[in-house]
Design a protein around this ligand. Structure first.
Ligand SMILES: CC(C)(COP(=O)(O)OP(=O)(O)OC[C@H]1O[C@@H](n2cnc3c(N)ncnc32)[C@H](O)[C@@H]1OP(=O)(O)O)[C@@H](O)C(=O)NCCC(=O)NCCS
Length: 142
């Protein structure tokens, strides 16, 4: 069974960071420095996992009424089973519970439909982040 929940302990955080490194750095060519931006300790970190280990992760940075969502990734062998959508929904729940009224994110253009299906709206022109085209998106949580 796959569960989605906040990270429990340092080992799980290390496994989530390792997955991020494999996906963002290994698959997508992002530098490790860019991924490890120093904000992880301040974030709510979530994982999707089964008995064997971490299959997906994301994080939310809380700033009053604004929640910033990011670092969403799913292990290649676990994709297209709805884990990213479930992680996003769990992150929205965590942000709402902390008092946030809106959530922002930078979507890789290729992943736009995932966020649109969850009710996020894109605004502004596409921009480059780490060599990957992104769009700013936002959703009201309240
Ligand atoms: C994007 C990603 C998180 C999706 O994870 P997932 O668990 O497969 O997502 P879900 O099963 O909930 O939803 C799949 C949807 O993601 C969307 N998707 C968008 N871009 C995708 C991409 N490059 N690869 C795969 N799926 C993508 C599709 O709309 C897909 O829907 P479909 O199956 O109906 O076509 C995963 O492919 C991944 O880790 N990719 C590399 C890292 C990344 O791009 N992260 C997003 C940063 S904004």
């Amino acid at each position: 069974m796959i569960e989605i929940r906040p990270i429990a302990g340092d080992d799980e955080l290390a496994a989530a960071l390792d997955l991020r490194e494999r996906v963002f750095c290994g698959e997508q060519g992002v530098s490790l420095d860019a991924d490890r931006d120093g904000l992880d300790d301040a974030a709510v970190q979530l994982v999707a996992r089964d008995d064997a280990g971490v299959l997906g992760t994301c994080r939310v940075l809380l700033d009053g009424e604004l929640a910033r969502f990011g670092r969403l990734c799913v292990a290649p062998g676990a994709r297209r089973r709805g884990l990213a959508a479930r992680l996003l929904a769990a992150a929205e729940d965590a942000a709402r519970a902390a008092g946030a009224t809106r959530m922002r994110l930078h979507a890789q253009t290729a992943a736009l439909s995932l966020y649109e299906r969850a009710g996020f709206q894109a605004g502004g022109a596409p921009f480059d982040e780490e060599g990957i085209e992104h769009l700013a998106m936002e959703k009201r949580l309240a």
